[in-house]
Design a protein around this ligand. Structure first.
Ligand SMILES: [Zn+2]
Length: 276
């Protein structure tokens, strides 16, 4: 585990803020937040077993396991591990979580390769943001259903941020009605080259298709890979019995997509064409 130890020694101030522990809580029905201050992780619970979405940093794994236990659940009941994007801040803890839960890890083909390389050879980050590699047990395709007991989830491959970035939808009862929850995998391009990128020539096509896909999904319960995407802390503080669940936020979801897409398009427009 040398890589994890080296990683631990190099947590930046920003990463340490992302990874600050927060108490787990029920978002609605059988859906719980078990992530850290900014690195989301979600637990979906059924008598047949549980599904865990995302693993944070390598240093997040023990916090996520603690959060599951604090809610009164046994991590060994996690049957499936799924991942939004194969970057170190969402996939870094998966190897440890897989060891602790013995769950099966599902991922899209392009992100499965990155997970099994521990993030090395990333088209944008190269070998700079690596994490403990983790073996993927089966591949998910766009539109694939994941069911466990009464849990109904669907994978939506929405590439751009990673080549296999995977958003998920879940049917969940909120305020007495079945709603569609959307977990957005990542809609940013931090430091990426978007124009004529030889490592990912069709990245802008992918991003544009992904924004169209996200808009086509009914984002009633707005969630995502970073808590900051959907204002987790502020919404959590607003939760109160008898009041509408603040995570029901179609407008916030649409605004997030508009803002994120405008940022990507502006970044693309600023780049000069590559010299030929
Ligand atoms: Zn990322």
């Amino acid at each position: 585990m040398l890589s994890a130890l080296v990683f631990a020694a190099t947590l930046s101030a920003e990463e340490a803020r992302w990874n600050a522990p927060v108490a787990p809580f029920r978002i609605a029905d059988n859906l719980y937040y078990v992530g850290t201050a900014d690195l989301a992780a979600y637990l979906v619970v059924d008598p047949e077993g549980m599904i865990l979405l995302d693993g944070g940093l390598p240093q997040s794994a023990p916090l996520i396991l603690d959060s599951i236990r604090q809610l009164g659940f046994d991590p060994k009941r996690v049957r499936f591990l799924i991942n939004s994007q194969a970057h170190y801040d969402h996939a870094g803890g998966l190897a440890e979580l897989k060891r602790a839960t013995r769950a099966r890890l599902l991922a899209s083909a392009p992100d499965a390769e990155l997970l099994e390389r521990g993030g090395s050879g990333d088209f944008a980050f190269g070998d700079t943001l690596t994490y403990p590699p983790v073996k993927v047990d089966s591949l998910t395709k766009d539109g694939a259903r994941l069911t466990l007991g009464r849990i109904r989830m669907t994978a939506h491959v929405t590439p751009g941020h990673t080549r296999g970035c995977t958003s998920w939808t879940l049917q969940v009862r909120v305020d007495e009605r079945m709603r569609n929850a959307l977990f957005i995998c990542g809609a940013s391009a931090p430091g990426y080259r978007l124009r004529d990128n030889p490592a990912y020539p069709w990245i802008m096509d992918d991003f544009r298709r992904s924004f169209a896909k996200w808009r086509s999904l009914d984002c009633e319960v707005f969630l995502g890979a970073h808590a900051s995407y959907f204002g987790m802390t502020e919404k959590r503080a607003r939760m109160a019995p008898g009041r509408p669940n603040p995570f029901l936020d179609k407008e916030g979801c649409a605004a997030f997509l508009d803002k994120s897409e405008a940022r990507i398009e502006a970044q693309h427009a600023r780049e000069s064409p590559a010299p030929r």
